[in-house]
Design a protein around this ligand. Structure first.
Ligand code: GSH
Length: 236
């Protein structure tokens, strides 16, 4: 039996992390028996991030490594039927979504002073009231430092909106107007894009990034289509 360890629900999302939702969608699409459990502190995960998969007493941390493991243990079912060019396109979209737009989503939640109380309630609400402000402020400082190190944190909000807008326009143009990226049913690269976009479209309340994303109708329809096909929605 496989166990996928993810973050608990928050912000109106059943699965608040795009990486966790992507792994859940993939396991589901492969028809593998699995359970989902939750831990609220990612520092307790083997690499300090979620998700991780427990499989035959092995622990695989990172959604991409989970993908590779599942491909290897299902005799290539994850990437079956994809040409090298499609795989290349999929990897490029993954890097755009997970290594760039993802960070803007994080900042739109954690670093917007107006949205910040939602993070405190959603991620730190279980802590005793006396330590909640200190623990949340320390975590926020770390997110700000990481965002600065990534590079995006050096830009004005207006400039960050510009980067986000170009990412969203690229995704909107890259996804199909019907069906899925590379076949009649959604695959790993659809799960990657749709799991991130589900969190951007549906987190409650809307962030400034949600507002920008809603201008991209095709991307929204596609995100809904992938979730409907898998039967797994990010939102509650
Ligand atoms: N490359 C990793 C990224 C996972 C990741 O960033 N997870 C976030 C939740 S969305 C996390 O656990 N963050 C905690 C932290 O960075 O301290 C993957 O694909 O699994």
């Amino acid at each position: 039996m496989l166990e996928l360890v993810t973050l608990p629900p928050a912000f109106g999302m059943r699965n608040v992390s795009p990486f966790c939702l992507k792994a859940e969608m993939l396991l589901n699409s492969l028809d593998l028996p699995f359970t989902v459990s939750q831990i609220s502190d990612p520092r307790k995960a083997p690499k300090g991030k979620l998700p991780y998969l427990v499989a035959d007493r092995r622990i695989i941390a990172d959604s991409e490594l989970i993908t590779e493991y599942l491909d290897a243990t299902t005799q290539g079912r994850v990437y079956a039927g994809l040409s090298d060019a499609q795989k290349a396109q999929g990897v490029a979209l993954t890097r755009l979504a997970e290594d760039h737009l993802y960070w803007i989503m994080v900042a739109s939640r954690w670093l917007d002073p107006e949205w910040w109380p939602n993070v405190v309630a959603g991620f730190f609400g279980q802590l005793p009231a006396i330590i909640r402000p200190i623990a949340s402020a320390m975590a926020r400082r770390q997110v700000a430092q990481t965002y600065h190190l990534q590079g995006l944190g050096r830009h004005s909000l207006e400039e960050q909106r510009g980067f986000a807008e170009r990412n969203l326009a690229a995704l909107n143009a890259a996804v199909p107007t019907a069906g899925f990226l590379f076949g009649p049913s959604p695959g790993i690269f659809d799960f990657t894009v749709a799991s991130l976009m589900a969190g951007i479209f549906d987190n409650q309340p809307a962030t400034w990034l949600t507002g920008l994303a809603r201008n991209h109708e095709n991307l929204h329809a596609y995100t809904e289509r992938v979730q409907a096909h898998t039967g797994l929605y990010g939102r509650q």
